[in-house]
Write a protein that binds this ligand. Structure first.
Ligand code: NAD
Ligand code: UDP
Length: 319
């Protein structure tokens, strides 16, 4: 990325802001974060603002992307990402995945830039194949509560592949599995901020259903490394990026309790409709094509995440 000009759509979000930092650390000449803050936060840009080469443009990418060339790379990270966010923003989620993604592709085409689409393990839906390999086509309810996200991402993959095939745009597609780390929103409803918040306040852990459903959690630093490697590869087909260490949600609650040194008992709450029963990435393609695999153990990543949530809580209660 040294000397390059990079646009990060959704750059004020959790993953996008870490990506912008990594790009500048790698010597990018210019990093432009485009974001309408619908689920992101200007606070995420605190350490970026003022860094040479960094620029923030407030814009809704559905309306257009007001960034001038030259541009070498476009990362499309823009989309509500937590189940609560996309349930509250159904049309915004469909539009950013469809119209917003096409606007990003047009920007890449006009500038002969490489375009990376941040897709998701949700394209596999409630998977009937386990672990999930990229050649599995998924089990998605097209009209269920999660469909606004899942189908928007499936469409985004389709239009990204189509621009690659029919318009000669260089494209990359990453299927991101559950990722966690500093800068997640405490109230975004995802399990990591929910359990960490509960542990820090000594509250009970709200496990949805019986907690036997599984997830595999990847630390954000590992994910960002995978994104950069994929962008710099010449691989147009989808690549899973995630941590294959799978656990039940009950086990995850215990892991958070151990890392935070607190939290109440486990209480069961209703399981949301269409909540995937199991999820674990097969990362053979990432290993062989990108030489990538996750490095940060869950215990270490949780410590960093908990320390960050503690610091934010301290900042908020400061006079
Ligand atoms: P996030 O909500 O923190 O970040 C998304 C960013 O996109 C936000 O800053 C938001 O304001 C911005 N955005 C949304 N719609 C926009 C629009 N129309 N115009 C401009 N900006 C817009 O979520 P995140 O966890 O950082 O996720 C980043 C990307 O990675 C998303 O595309 C998400 O689908 C994908 N992803 C994340 C995970 C994960 O576990 N974090 C897993 C799978 C996929
Ligand atoms: N979950 C939970 N308690 C919570 C929040 C989530 O048990 O307070 C469960 C949720 O039902 C799902 C898993 O944790 O099975 C991961 O949820 P998250 O919203 O983080 O992401 P998902 O993988 O479902 O998109």
């Amino acid at each position: 990325m040294r000397g390059k000009r990079v646009v990060v759509l959704g750059g004020a979000g959790f993953v996008g802001s870490h990506l912008c930092e990594r790009l500048l650390d790698d010597g990018a000449a210019s990093v432009v974060a485009v974001d309408n803050l619908i689920t992101g936060n200007e606070e995420n840009l605190r350490t970026l603002n003022g860094r040479p080469g960094f620029e923030y443009v407030k814009a809704d990418i559905v309306e257009g992307i007001p960034v001038k060339g030259p541009i070498d790379y476009v990362f499309n990270m823009a989309s509500p990402a937590s189940p609560i966010d996309y349930a509250q923003l159904p049309l915004e989620t469909l539009r950013v995945g469809s119209i917003g993604t096409e606007n990003g592709l047009k920007l890449a085409e006009a500038n002969k830039a490489v375009f990376l689409m941040a897709s998701t393990s949700e394209v596999y839906g409630d998977p009937l194949v386990h672990p999930q390999r990229e050649d599995y086509w998924g089990n998605v309810n097209p009209i269920g509560p999660r469909s606004v996200y899942d189908e928007a991402k499936r469409y985004a993959e389709a239009i990204t592949a189509a621009y690659g095939r029919s318009r000669g745009v260089q494209v990359r597609i990453v299927r991101i599995f559950n990722t966690y780390g500093p800068r997640m929103r405490l109230n975004d409803g995802r399990v990591v901020p929910a359990f960490v918040g509960q542990a820090l306040k000594g509250e009970d852990f709200t496990v949805f259903g019986d907690g036997s459903q599984t997830r595999s959690f990847c630390y954000v630093k590992d994910l960002v490394d995978g994104l950069v490697r994929l962008m710099l590869s010449d691989e147009p087909n989808p690549v899973n990026i995630g941590n294959p260490r799978e656990m039940t949600i009950r086990q995850f609650a215990e892991a958070v309790r151990a890392a935070a040194g607190g939290g109440g008992k486990i209480i069961e709450k209703p399981l949301p409709k269409d909540d995937p029963k199991q999820r674990q990435p097969d990362i053979t393609r990432a290993r062989t094509l990108l030489g990538w695999e996750p490095k940060v153990p869950l215990e270490e990543g949780l410590k960093e995440t908990i320390a960050w949530f503690r610091e934010v809580a301290g900042r908020k209660s400061a006079p």
